[in-house]
Design a protein. Sequence first.
Length: 86
Amino acid sequence: MNAVTFDTHAFVKRLTAAGMPEPQAEVLAEEQSRLIDTELSTKRDIKELETATRRDLREMEYRLIVRLGSIALAVGGAVVALVKLL
């Protein structure tokens, strides 16, 4: 899902050139690649989350307005009933 590319071959080459044993560099590259694939958020991921959050907030705002309107009507009805009884 993430659109991030990670060149494991180039990463291994740089690590081995710096003196790291190749088997260790390969394990590190595999783990780094896995972490990028599973844990890294892209700008697109964040934008999708922002869009979903805004949609959820609008829906909650609508439901709150409906509930407050219902409460206002109920209170208004109760006031009218009390005025007629007195």
